[in-house]
Design a protein around this ligand. Structure first.
Ligand SMILES: NC(=O)c1ccc[n+]([C@@H]2O[C@H](COP(=O)([O-])OP(=O)(O)OC[C@H]3O[C@@H](n4cnc5c(N)ncnc54)[C@H](OP(=O)(O)O)[C@@H]3O)[C@@H](O)[C@H]2O)c1
Length: 279
């Protein structure tokens, strides 16, 4: 899928992809570079990241910068700021954060849960806050947080992952409502089973999972929905499942909750319009 010039005007001149070295994040980097947007790539593997940056420069004629950093580290925000303070980041895609393996909560060290909370909650909060502020000042931009089908309910084996992905979904929905009036498009992209290197490394038989998707198709669907509404579920199969688990309009639910909060605190009610994934 190729993105329009309108897309790069709205979300360029730079995008930052957190978790960009393979799978869905790499697909985002290709799509964005293909639209003429320069890309900041963040992940831990330096050589993979450098090779991708070279490929993007060569194939699309864009600029690319690498930030080799663990998104859970204390130094992360400082490193990202150092690489981006002199450029305009118009789009943030927070992609990193899959569950690796399935183990009961009590049978994994508590530190593993804290690490996942750091990657999937602290990371998106810090990056959305930093870049969102600048986008709001400019009156344009986009923030996409990746969530999962696992966010729709609690469940055994990946209980903390489910909870962190719910956090990402609910945070993105709130940001959609707060930032839309300021001209910034936030959204949650709900992802189902997708053939990424990290999922295949966890379990190769995953290939046959019903409705399994390719990373490029997930990225295409997310980018096509940006600016249209608060939440998109990638894949028809997944949309049907989420539609059954969470029927009703997300737009109405988000507006309703925002109005209730505004009324409790004596603030003006704001209604934001948008498209639902299940409309
Ligand atoms: N694949 C699926 O079936 C599936 C299903 C539902 C939801 N999702 C969602 O889709 C997103 C991508 O998942 P994925 O399967 O591609 O796996 P992933 O393990 O999230 O890896 C994706 C990218 O993130 C980077 N990354 C991971 N941990 C990092 C860290 N601590 N610091 C910096 N970079 C890090 C990895 O590169 P480095 O190793 O180089 O750091 C890689 O480039 C996640 O948010 C996940 O929740 C995926």
């Amino acid at each position: 899928m190729s993105l329009s010039t309108r897309f790069s005007d709205r979300y360029g001149p730079w995008a930052l992809v957190a978790g960009a070295s393979d799978g869905i994040g790499e697909a985002f980097a290709h799509r964005l570079a293909g639209a003429g947007i320069n890309v900041v790539l963040v992940a831990r593997r330096a050589t993979v990241l450098a090779a991708l940056a070279d490929e993007l420069r060569r194939s699309y004629g864009v600029d690319a910068r690498c930030v080799v950093e663990d998104l859970t580290s204390e130094a992360m925000m400082g490193e990202i700021r150092q690489a981006t303070d002199d450029i305009e980041v118009g789009l943030l895609v927070y992609n990193a954060g899959a569950a690796h393996g399935a183990v009961h909560f009590l049978d994994r060290p508590a530190e593993a849960a804290i690490g996942m909370i750091s990657l999937n909650c602290r990371g998106p909060v810090l990056l959305a806050h930093h870049f969102g502020k600048r986008m709001r000042e400019r009156g344009r931009g986009g923030i996409m947080l990746l969530s999962s089908m696992a966010a729709m309910s609690g469940g055994s084996y990946i209980a903390v992952y489910n909870a962190t992905k719910s956090f990402d979904m609910v945070l993105a929905e709130g940001l959609w409502h707060e930032l839309k009036p300021a001209g910034v498009d936030a959204m949650c992209l709900v992802v189902g089973a997708t053939l990424t290197p990290s999922m295949l490394a966890s379990r190769d038989s995953f290939r046959g999972y019903p409705g399994i998707m390719q990373p490029g198709d997930v990225a295409d669907e997310g980018l096509a929905f940006l600016g249209r509404g608060p939440l998109w579920v990638a894949g028809e199969h997944n949309r049907a499942l989420v539609g059954a688990m969470r029927p009703g309009s997300r737009v109405e639910a988000i507006n309703g909750l925002s109005h209730a909060t505004a009324s409790i605190y004596g603030l003006p009610p704001v209604t934001v319009t948008g498209e639902d994934f299940n409309a």
